[in-house]
Ligand binder design. Structure first.
Ligand code: UDP
Length: 248
């Protein structure tokens, strides 16, 4: 890792996981320009704090394997199509971050695609992070039957990230859907086991288990509020921390 300490951040190296659906904004397919621009600004703010930053973007705004499989496409083919969707998103995010902020980025794909991006090689990814490049991991784990949540936990473990930041539509983990239930309350802290036992829909179970095995906290926050990514890294603003430690 770099010698310089991040200023203001509780963490030195973090991975941001954002779903493909978040890129939809108010649209029904593809990418919302406003969401991409805000994501670039939010990443620049965190990068400016001296934090080493990597991203995993889902593909739900383009293709979800299970939906295509239900339409008759063979499951593994549908999943490969889903992974290709995440590469499309990674390229969109890379382009907007670089053009808007000037921060150098690299896209690394779990499925080699030499004409468009680098293949994922762990040691190269570490080097990019040490050189303050934002690294965007594409094509999930490279395997069907997995999700980009699991890819996020896997990359965070491999790269020894200090935290996984899960950007969602709401500002943390709630007891029920706060958009439907006015009695729903937000948890400040949860354990990995709480999430698994209560089947709270934060990340899929394999991602939670992997984060737990690697002792990487998962911080759930809203991607809608501008600046919330940096605020959460400073320990401010609403969010939920999932770790081994129970709420006091
Ligand atoms: N996918 C896969 N293996 C992976 C990651 C993703 O097969 O390691 C496929 C799967 O079909 C999934 C799609 O890619 O539905 C998009 O990923 P995901 O559903 O995780 O995206 P998100 O919900 O985060 O937008």
């Amino acid at each position: 890792m770099t010698e310089s300490e991040p200023h203001g951040s509780r963490f030195r190296r973090v991975l941001l996981k954002m779903s493909g659906e978040a890129l939809l904004g108010d649209g029904e397919y593809g990418h919302d320009r406003r969401v991409l621009r805000q994501l670039a600004d939010d990443c620049a703010a965190v990068h400016g704090m001296g934090v080493e930053l990597c991203l995993v973007i889902g593909g739900g705004n383009i293709i979800r394997g299970s939906t295509l499989a239900a339409a008759g496409v063979e499951r593994t083919t549908a999943d490969y199509m889903g992974m290709l969707g995440t590469v499309i998103n990674a390229l969109a995010v890379q382009s907007v971050i670089e053009h808007q902020t000037g921060i150098p980025t690299r896209v690394m794909s779990a499925i080699p695609m030499s004409a468009v991006c680098e293949p994922y090689i762990r040691r190269r990814a570490v080097r990019h992070l040490e050189k303050s490049r934002i690294v965007i991991f594409a094509a999930g784990t490279g395997n069907p039957y997995f999700t980009t949540d699991t890819a996020a936990a896997l990359r965070a473990a491999e790269l020894e990230c200090d935290a996984i930041l899960k950007g969602t539509q709401v500002d943390g983990v709630y007891s029920a859907d706060p958009r439907r239930d006015s009695n729903a309350h937000r948890f400040d802290k949860l354990t990995y086991l709480d999430v698994l036992a209560r089947d709270l829909k934060v990340m899929d179970a394999s991602a939670i288990s992997l984060a737990r095995e690697s002792s990487i906290p998962i911080i759930v926050f809203s991607v809608h509020a501008p600046g919330s990514f940096a605020r959460v890294l400073r320990g401010e603003g609403p969010h939920t921390i999932i770790s081994e430690e129970a709420a006091s």
